[in-house]
Design a protein around this ligand. Structure first.
Ligand code: NI
Length: 137
C-alpha cells in the first residue's frame, strides 16, 4: 500500500467499544481496515450524489410469461445502451428470470434506468447496487 499516513482519532470510549464489536461481527482483523472501508463507503456515496461517473449493478426479478414484459424491459435497456456494459440473464425456474445489468456512467442515468425497470408492470423486485469505478477510492 503506497503512501500510508497515520492519524489519531478521539472519540467516546463507549462508541469505540461498539465499533470494535461491530468489526468483530464482520470479521475484520484490524480497526484500520474497518475505518478505511467506512471512508471508501462515504466517498462512493458522495460519488453517487455528485460524481460524473459511477459503476454498479441493477438486479431484476420477473416472470417472463407476462405479456409484453420482456419486450418492455428490452426496449428500456436499448434506450440506455451507452450506460450498460454487460447483462446476465439467469432462468431461475419455469416462470422466474433474474437479470443482472452492469452499469457505468452518470449516477443520475443509472438511477433513472433502475427506476424505469422497476416501474414495469410484472417486475417483482429490483435492486440497485451503487458502487464505484474504483478510480477515486
Ligand atoms: Ni429467463
Amino acid at each position: 500500500m503506497a503512501n500510508l499516513v497515520r492519524f489519531g482519532v478521539s472519540l467516546e470510549k463507549e462508541l469505540l467499544h461498539r465499533f470494535d464489536a461491530c468489526l468483530r461481527q464482520k470479521n475484520y482483523n484490524c480497526r484500520s481496515e474497518g475505518i478505511r472501508d467506512l471512508i471508501r463507503e462515504s466517498l462512493v456515496k458522495q460519488e453517487w450524489l455528485e460524481g460524473n461517473e459511477v459503476a454498479g449493478t441493477i438486479t431484476i426479478i420477473y416472470d417472463h410469461h407476462r405479456r409484453e414484459l420482456v419486450n418492455k424491459l428490452t426496449d428500456i435497456q436499448h434506450d440506455f445502451g451507452s450506460s450498460i456494459i454487460s447483462t446476465q440473464h439467469i432462468h431461475l425456474d419455469h416462470h422466474n428470470c433474474l437479470e443482472i445489468i452492469a452499469v457505468k456512467g452518470r449516477p443520475q442515468v443509472a438511477q433513472k434506468l433502475a427506476d424505469m425497470l422497476k416501474a414495469v408492470k410484472g417486475v417483482k423486485h429490483t435492486t440497485l447496487s451503487m458502487s464505484s469505478t474504483g478510480k477515486c477510492i
